[in-house]
Ligand binder design. Sequence first.
Ligand code: FAD
Length: 486
Amino acid sequence: MVLKRNDDIKVNAVLFYIKQNKTMKNFQQPITENLIESLRKQFKGTVIKPNDTSYDEVRKIYNAMIDKRPGAIAMCTDVNDVKVAVDFGRNNKLLVAIRGGGHNGGGLGLCDGGLVIDLSGLKSISVNTKSNTVKVGGGCVWNEVDTATQEHGLAIPSGMVSSTGVGGLTLGGGVGYLARKYGLTIDNLMGAEMVLANGSIVTANKNKNPDLFWAIRGGGGNFGVVTEFTFQAHKVNTVYGGPTLWPIEQVEEIMEWFDGYIRTATDDINGFIATMIIPESPFPEHLHNKKYCGIVWCYVGDMTKAEEAFSPILAKKPLFAHIGEMPYTAIQTMFDGLLPTGMQWYWRADFFNSLNADIRAQHLKFGSAIPTPLSQMHLYPITGAASRVGATDTPWAYRDAEYCGVYIGVDPDPKNADKITKWCKGYYEALHPYSAGGAYSNFMMDEGQERVQASYKQNYSRLASIKHQYDPTNFFRVNQNIIPKS
Ligand code: FAD
């Protein structure tokens, strides 16, 4: 193509604009030795830098596919360390990432070249047994919280793998076994202590900074560093549940049945539906390495009525059922061993309003083509208590969706990274046209602004204006980023 002079000018202007914006987006000062020394003087915790022997170990996160190299990692010991680190990052114009449990699929707890504010030293947990409320340090992971709350027969709704961080999971929403009975994790968040971008330490709850409190119930780490969460806990001790499996060829039939069943079931019962390969342990040998449609159940009602509650499920004649009474911590840790840290991890997600025949047919197609033994697909029902919160009461916009779906590619071998990525993208592309339009932000990779906006839908503009109020320069931008807008 021959460009005319006017076209030439336009093209050059566009290229210049792209270059400028790229530069502005990536603008950050390098972290020099002198700067690190000045941080160390004010900071109680350890500051790790690239030539320290522990650097490669400390910079690791859950997803081994992510290999970012921060300029420094500030291992905070308390809220004052967090404040020092935030002030240091801001005053020196550094790119800053906040790391809680380090489980984010897209690696948003780390950054290249900048400062990582690591919260893993903020581990306090205190349970108030009069009010059944729990204060949790911003760097805890869920198994630490579950262990502390279960001592008192209490539980906070969280997720399904207990090594996940409280920080990221909560700030994004929190979908777990107790969601139908007690709502999402954010529905049980009562308040937070936070360090804002300007370094101030504030409380956010329904009385103090209520707009900030609204924003952190789904808006992620965009608004500040949460150094302490306060949760409402519930009496949950023994649960009844476990997996049921059917051959993958039955996935369409089981999905159709499950869809009808769960819409009318009591809130006491929850289950997520999956396509998966059965690993060698702890399942019986005859099941190994075949593809299945599975449902993992968790019932939290009256234990004397549990068997009755499961009779319509067992009437579907699963090939394998391993259900029964167990401590809450047992179901919370059931998949921890299968999904240890350090695997290749890639996922894509969407919300769905139905499981119609076209959708079910795609699950059969992609469920039959799972690429590696640990790769899987999950559909979590957004019904019961989670669906009774208004769509604008929190930023979590898809309260009216029926399912939160996620295609998860997992493998220990980096050589299989492309294979699992391709399968997830293919699954996503085939089903996205049938989706509700956006995804749960905690199940997204780093997928760009359009997807972030789709994830918050009608709530995005309010989030953008609260972001403008609390973080007008977008200091906290290593996240599913909400761009400040007045
Ligand atoms: P990090 O990587 O440390 O942080 C993630 C994001 O949150 C970053 O942007 C970070 O800046 C921000 N952040 C973290 N802590 C704070 C804080 N204290 N203050 C401010 N910002 C903070 N999600 C569910 O809802 N239900 C599940 O059942 C579930 N299961 C999962 C299982 C596995 C194996 C994995 C890997 C993830 C799972 N998730 C689940 C998704 C999980 O919620 C997200 O990956 C979440 O981002 C993890 O939080 P983190 O603190 O561990 O991550």
